[in-house]
Design a protein around this ligand. Structure first.
Ligand code: NI
Length: 399
């Protein structure tokens, strides 16, 4: 019985494959930065209209929420795709290379959006099997704080009825096309941005005793802040503190500048420690600066929370993926310290964020996400839309 559903969906996915490839190439050629996804949003609406799928628009700017209502009663579930691109100059030589200088779909959100449109087509044509309502979330601004997800939730996305579960998929060049990966529990880290200005007193490099040297103090901060990770958090709980930028507007071989700026990121999986760490950073920076007669300005911008995949929903999807793709194609994912605004949804409803293998078998062709040469083996689009449609229908089917 279930095997029938597998072949129904596989046939549908291969039927829509060419269309979805075309949409993906069109989106890839016309990438738009976070919260500026107007053309992408138009393309999504156009395709949904062709399929006669009702939608509401204007979510967090260009976001769209479409609803596919089954022929039978059942729960509400959600499927999410993000739509924005990155400020990167594409270096790929492709017929569908980005036409926008300095903007590129280097994180595969073109793949997520076009796959979800494929899922829309498959589900819309199989409504007679569907129990419940599937909401398709086309989300803007994943790459930019505060994240489109948090805004859509504030705008009432999960009201009045919160979904029974929500799924998101993300491209993953570390697995070949046709393969997917899942992980239960904590999967991705929180991320917060740290901005510090050390204010000292500039002067001649040969008379340091008459100055308050912000470069020396900033160096102490870079080294000392590492104690937060090495000597404060439980070693079994992963955390990262990176100072990624340090600069001064003045200074030279013979000049001590007035100020030094530091910028960095704090990532963690323990939400309680995360906020305690913010205070520890403030205290350490403050006291270290004071000890040398300098002052500090500290700004910590709260980013995305850590991402917790729900155990039951993840198992349910993993088992369905094995039925759909075969056991050898379904993998266990390692944790990662990058972050995703999908985490906001998982604070509201049980969900799972899984990875779609998009790599080529020839590893030389694979570049990581956010690289200016990132691209995918497009056969993964067929897997991506087929699998997501199957994960949904196999759990909400009358069969
Ligand atoms: Ni992404």
């Amino acid at each position: 019985m279930d095997k029938d559903l597998v072949s129904i969906i596989k046939d549908a996915a291969s039927q829509y494959f060419r269309t979805v490839v075309e949409i993906r190439r069109d989106l890839h050629a016309h990438p738009e930065l976070s919260f500026k996804e107007s053309r992408t949003s138009e393309r999504v609406k156009e395709f949904l209209s062709q399929l006669d799928i009702p939608f509401s628009e204007g979510w967090a700017g260009y976001g769209i929420v479409a609803s596919i209502t089954g022929h039978h009663d059942g729960p509400i579930v959600m499927l999410r795709a993000d739509m924005d691109a990155l400020p990167i100059q594409e270096e790929n030589d492709l017929p569908y290379r980005s036409v926008h200088d300095g903007v590129m779909h280097a994180c595969g959100h073109d793949v997520h959006t076009s796959s979800l449109l494929g899922v829309a087509a498959i589900l819309q044509h199989n409504r007679e099997h569907l129990k419940g309502v599937v909401k398709l979330i086309f989300q803007p601004g994943e790459e930019k704080l505060p994240g489109g997800a948090s805004i859509m939730i504030r705008e009432g996305l999960m009201e009045p009825v919160s979904p029974q579960w929500i799924l998101g998929q993300h491209v993953y060049p570390s697995l070949p096309a046709g393969h997917v990966g899942f992980r239960k529990g904590l999967y991705m880290a929180s991320s917060d941005e740290i901005y510090i200005t050390v204010k000292g007193k500039g002067g001649h490099a040969a008379t340091p005793h008459l100055c308050i040297d912000p470069i020396l103090i900033a160096s102490r901060l870079v080294v000392g802040l590492q104690e937060l990770v090495s000597r404060n958090i439980d070693p079994l709980s992963p955390a990262v503190l990176t100072i990624g930028r340090i600069y001064s507007n003045g200074g030279a071989t013979n000049i001590i500048p007035d100020t030094v700026q530091l910028e960095g990121t704090l990532r963690a999986m323990d939400e309680t420690w995360r906020f305690r760490a913010h205070q520890l950073i403030r205290d350490f920076v403050d006291h270290t600066c004071k000890a040398s007669g300098a002052t500090a300005e500290i700004n910590i911008v709260i980013g995305y929370p850590s991402l917790q995949n729900n155990d039951q929903v993840t198992s349910m999807c993993q088992n369905a993926a094995i039925r759909f793709l075969g056991k050898d194609k379904v993998h266990e994912l390692p944790r990662r310290m990058s972050s995703e605004d999908f985490a906001f949804y998982t604070l509201e409803a049980p969900g799972t964020f899984y990875r779609l293998g998009t790599g080529w078998v020839d590893e030389k062709l694979n570049y990581p996400v956010h690289s200016n040469r990132f691209n995918i083996d497009e056969s993964s689009l067929e897997t991506g839309m087929g699998l997501m449609a199957y994960l949904t229908l196999s759990n909400l089917s009358d069969r």
